[in-house]
Structures are given as C-alpha cells and as structure tokens.
Design a protein around this ligand. Structure first.
Ligand SMILES: Nc1ncnc2c1ncn2[C@@H]1O[C@H](COP(=O)(O)OP(=O)(O)OP(=O)(O)O)[C@@H](O)[C@H]1O
Ligand SMILES: [Mg+2]
Length: 297
C-alpha cells in the first residue's frame, strides 16, 4: 500500500512562520494516496531486463503523480531501481509495461524538456566549462544567434557562481565546480523537469550544503519540477516537498511517500531544531533500516 501525508493538509503551511512546531503540535496522519491533478504521471510502470538467467524484474507496478514545480526526492537502497525509474522519465529507458506521461504525452525518448544531472558530471573533459554549456545550448537552440547563445551560457554560469572559471576545463575544476557546470548546463536548456541522480554524492559536506542552497535558490526562482535521487535523508528533508521511499528489489516499488511540510524558504538550522524534523527523519530511517533493511544489514 502506498501511504502519504495528503497534500491539502500541508500546502497552507507554506505561508506559516518557520517555527511552525509551536502552532502544529501533531503530524498529519498517514493516509492512502489520493489521485492528484498530474503534470508527470508514472502509471503502473514495471521494468524487466532480460538476463542470462532469464527475465529480471527490477521495478513492478510503480505509481506516482507529480505536480508541476514540485521538488521530489527519491531514496532507497543501492540497486533497488532508482536510476532505472528516473531513466524512464528522462527517456533513456522505456517501461516494459505501464506508462510515463508528461502533461499527458507518453515519454518514449530523451528531450530538452527533461535534463539530467549525473553524479559523475558527464562533462567533456577537453572542453572548457563555457564550451560544455554552449554545446548543449547550441544543440537545443541551433537557430539562435551566437551572441544570444553565448549570453545564455554566461547567465547560467553566473547563476551557479562560475563566471570566473568559464575558461577552465573539467580537470582544472574541483568536484563541486564540475557539478555546478553540469547544473548550469542542464538549466541553460530551461527544462520542464530537472532530473538529478545523486548529484552531490561525491562531494564533501560543506560543498554539498552550499550546492543544496544554490539548487533551492535556483529552483525557487525558476520553479522547474525536480526529481532527485539521494542517499542522504537530511538532504531530502531540507530540499524536497515529498520524499519517495522505494522498497528493495527485485520487483521494487514505491513503499511510502512522505510529505515534507517545512515552510519555504527553508532555513537549515531552523528546520533541524524543529521536533517534527526528527520524527520524519526517524520515520525514513525506520523504513530503510527496519522495514526494508538490506539483507546484509
Ligand atoms: N541494462 C541492464 N540490464 C540488466 N540489469 C540491469 C540493467 N540496468 C540496471 N540493471 C539492474 O537493475 C537494478 C537496479 O539498478 P539501478 O541502477 O536502477 O539501481 P539504483 O537504485 O539506482 O542503485 P544505486 O543507488 O546503486 O545507484 C540492479 O540490480 C541492476 O543490476
Ligand atoms: Mg542509481
């Protein structure tokens, strides 16, 4: 059964003061998910890979609807199928059964309306930061003038604080800077959906927190829909509107969807002081390490 805190109960909280714990003593109760008006719909999706030992069902009957502008985090044990699921949203993979629909249109292939930021940056190492972003802009907007395209690149490098490093190549950049280039490249295309596959997993804690804040700021300004895989519960609690928790594979599915009710803009220190923070954190930990613990844990 998919459980969820209902959206309607938490939405009005967006305008409440930050220390909402004082005004909201109890968490909303868990309820069965209701159907939402959907921007992105994952409907009865299963994914089966052929292997030498026969068909291997990675995902079975995954259902999720996402509102436009929502920030979703996805968490689950390694190998459960998180990347496989988001690859079907980006269009790099297709479901074996079921549908993934964006504004009612079935997703069958990658497109500039959905951009992906990978953990390993996926930058061309022999091209500068500027050129890496320019190539993507040029591919999507071949008819814009060179001056327009260069302006888009400059604006997006500035947005992630990399104007000074525009002429450096990836090997001359730190991990955090490379990840900023990947984010600038994805955002420069103005995607409707930004897909981030463990984007900050390889970064040190301080750089990670800096980039989380930047990502929230950019998302707040541009309000694209974000789907982000993470292994970090605190990251998910700080960033997301909803945390999607996946069961273990094979035949993994969504086990629970947790609404994250903290008002925005979020202040990390303030939400971490909130007693609800630890209730939600413990609930996610319980899901991962008790209810769906890995065999070897
Ligand atoms: N092309 C493929 N052929 C066969 N099996 C595959 C293929 N791609 C992925 N798998 C299998 O599907 C399962 C899910 O893989 P996936 O990469 O989606 O996991 P994940 O949840 O993203 O893990 P991680 O957290 O380690 O990134 C794994 O068992 C993996 O071996
Ligand atoms: Mg993965």
């Amino acid at each position: 059964m998919i459980l969820s805190y209902t959206h309607t109960e938490t939405k009005p909280m967006l305008n409440r003061p930050l220390n909402f714990a004082a005004t909201q003593p109890a968490l909303p109760s868990l309820k069965t998910a209701t159907k939402r008006s959907s921007f992105l719909t994952i409907e009865g999706v299963s994914k089966v890979y052929p292997t030498r030992k026969g068909p291997y069902t990675v995902l079975q009957d995954v259902n999720l609807t996402v509102d436009q502008g929502e920030f979703i985090c996805v968490i689950g044990h390694s190998g459960c199928g998180k990347s496989t699921l988001l690859n079907m949203v980006s269009g790099f993979a297709n479901p074996s059964s079921g549908d993934v629909l964006l504004q009612g249109q079935r997703i069958t292939k990658p497109g500039p309306d959905r951009m992906v930021v990978f953990q390993n940056y996926a930058l061309l190492p022999w091209r500068t930061a500027f050129e890496n972003v320019y190539l993507a802009v040029n591919a999507v907007h071949p008819h814009k003038s060179q001056a327009e395209k260069r302006a888009i690149v400059r604006d997006h490098l500035a947005m992630v604080g990399l104007s000074e490093a525009a002429d450096k190549k990836p090997p001359q950049l730190s991990g955090g800077m490379r990840q900023r280039v990947s984010i600038a490249r994805a955002l420069a295309i103005r995607p409707q959906v930004l897909i981030l596959d463990e984007p900050f997993g390889a970064l040190d804690a301080i750089t990670k927190e800096e980039l989380q804040e930047e990502l929230l700021k950019i998302w707040n300004e541009h309000r694209c829909t974000v789907l982000m895989i993470t292994h970090d519960i605190d990251e998910a609690l700080f960033l997301s509107d909803r945390l999607v928790m996946m069961t273990n594979g094979p035949a993994a599915t969504i086990g629970e969807v947790m609404e994250i009710p903290f008002p925005r803009p979020r202040d990390r220190a303030l939400i971490m002081e909130d007693p609800h923070y630890y209730t939600l954190r413990n609930q996610a930990l319980d899901f991962l390490y008790h209810r769906f613990a890995h065999d070897d844990e």
